[in-house]
Design a protein around this ligand. Structure first.
Ligand SMILES: [Zn+2]
Length: 302
């Protein structure tokens, strides 16, 4: 049996906010997602707890190259790990100057505490994987499922393990507030695309997967129900946010209040403690989604 270990990166000191996944294969340990640079020390500790030398990672499989998924991949690549990624993401891993500069424009000095810059990967360690292609490591086949919508260069990764069809979903199956089944959605700029996202969810649902692994956070054993909920929310939430943005009488503070209240109503019955809800439905998430929806609407008008 080869279990999938969900390593909690304790991102921003929050349990259940961001994960890296560890599978110890016959050819060595593999990570799915590397997390951001700011949580690399935690990831290394977690690996040691699982008796894995961080320098012995043979492969890092990425769903996409956003900083909270791929930021630390280069550290492992520097030590010999092969990195597998969507073809659109590969060049940014090798040459992250533009990506880091654009993150710096958005976050300013906060970038260093929020994510840290993406650590460059040596070119000969980065491998482009196209839709439907399989990466075989230690007898385990990871198949790339192109799933745009949150980002254009997004793959989910499917594998059969322990008699279960399992899938690492990155951000395409949304996020989940720990201890609940309530999804939150990263409608992130600059590539949020609702139609693409809905099509990606339908594609995942059709694969008849037994278990999803969300990077944010943990596994889901009722994939169809979860995916149906995320699908519905992607549509309703982007519509709601678009309406908030269109209302010129609202300033940022009142938009945030209205958005948080809307999500609270949607989460009624989930019994999420107020403090936890606030920690996960934070201004960073709300503001990111304002940016993503505004950009998506603008692109549709153009
Ligand atoms: Zn992302």
């Amino acid at each position: 049996m080869k279990p999938i270990h969900t390593l909690d990166l304790l991102y921003h000191d929050l349990a259940g906010a961001a994960a890296s996944h560890l599978i110890v294969t016959d050819d060595g340990p593999v990570l799915v997602e590397a997390g951001p640079m700011v949580t690399l020390p935690t990831l290394r500790e977690q690996l040691l707890i699982h008796d894995v030398d961080p320098t012995s990672i043979v492969a890092v499989i990425l769903t996409h190259i956003h900083l909270d998924h791929a930021g630390a991949a280069g550290w492992f690549a520097d030590r010999g790990a092969d990195v597998f990624v969507h073809p659109f993401g590969a060049r940014h891993l090798v040459e992250p100057v533009k990506l880091n500069a654009s993150a710096r424009r958005i976050y300013g000095d906060e970038l260093d505490t929020l994510f840290g810059e993406l650590h460059a990967c040596p070119a000969d360690r980065v491998h482009e994987v196209a839709d439907g292609e399989t990466v075989s490591i230690g007898g385990i086949d990871f198949t790339a499922i192109e799933t745009p919508g949150h980002a254009r260069h997004h793959h989910a990764w499917m594998l059969d393990l322990d008699g279960l069809r399992q899938c690492f979903t990155g951000d395409v199956a949304g996020m989940r507030i720990p201890g609940s089944s309530f999804p939150t959605l990263p409608l992130a700029p600059p590539e949020f695309d609702r139609d693409a996202w809905v099509a990606s969810i339908d594609r995942l649902d059709a694969l008849d997967v037994d278990r999803l692994h969300l990077t944010h956070f943990g596994h889901v054993d009722d994939p169809s129900r979860h995916l149906a909920r995320v699908r519905d929310r992607v549509i309703r939430e982007s519509d709601f946010v678009a309406r908030l943005l269109a209302d010129e009488h609202l300033d940022l503070a009142s938009r945030r209040t209205a958005y948080r209240h809307w999500l609270e109503e949607d989460a009624a019955g989930e019994n999420i403690p107020e403090a936890r809800f606030r920690a996960f439905v934070n201004n960073g998430l709300l503001d990111m989604n304002f940016g993503g929806v505004a950009r998506w609407r603008g692109a549709r008008r153009a």
